[in-house]
Design a protein around this ligand. Structure first.
Ligand SMILES: *[C@@H]1O[C@H](CO)[C@@H](O)[C@H](O)[C@H]1NC(C)=O
Ligand SMILES: *[C@@H]1O[C@H](CO)[C@@H](O)[C@H](O)[C@H]1NC(C)=O
Length: 167
């Protein structure tokens, strides 16, 4: 094979590989690219759209999803949207958390070192990033093997309540 032909072949392979990589980049990869753990999204994402220039995104799940994480009930709609930049998600829509007996929309997620700040507008709570390793499964969440994990409910609620009082 002459070297121009070889070069052309290599170029074609490179382009094909790059295209394949772009096609298979998932919403979970995208989160990690923006400094977030993949576990912010549950299993069952069917696709996403991202306008890289504005950071506007939409993520589609195969249905609604709810589970418990860190003792909180979380609910995901089948479409999640927001504006993402490195380490920050604003105008988030589609994820809500139950605090005591009320549901609040999580409107902002911020990366702060090894923590994630989840804000519901009036209050925010901080969680270690290691709580979000791997994507939770609808129903049993992060604890699918060890469903019976027990923690003090008051203690967890206090995290949200005390941070709102302090603000
Ligand atoms: C969505 O996908 C997840 C992961 O593949 C699966 O566990 C779940 O049952 C699916 N939900 C629906 C409503 O099909
Ligand atoms: C995260 O929350 C903590 C405690 O509420 C606050 O001190 C910190 O500034 C927040 N970090 C970011 C990046 O918003």
């Amino acid at each position: 094979m002459s070297s121009p032909a070889l070069l052309s072949l290599l170029l074609q392979i490179t382009i094909a590989a790059a295209a394949a990589a772009a096609e298979t980049a998932t919403a979970y990869d995208l989160l990690q690219e923006y400094d977030f753990p993949a576990g912010l999204l549950p299993q069952g994402v069917t696709g996403y759209e991202l306008d890289a220039s504005t950071g506007k995104f939409k993520v589609y799940l195969n249905g609604t999803c709810s589970f418990k994480a860190e003792g909180y009930d979380l609910k995901y709609k089948s479409t999640i949207s927001g504006v993402m930049s490195k380490g920050k998600i604003k105008n988030l829509k589609g994820i809500s958390v139950k605090v005591i007996f009320l549901w609040f929309d999580i409107t902002e997620v911020t990366r702060d070192g090894d923590d994630l700040n989840l804000s519901v507008g009036i209050a925010s709570a901080q969680f270690g990033i290691d709580n979000f390793e791997g994507s939770p499964q609808c129903g049993c969440g992060f604890d699918c093997v060890n469903v019976e994990r027990e923690e003090s409910v008051e203690l967890r609620i206090n995290r949200f309540v005390s941070s709102s009082i302090l603000e």
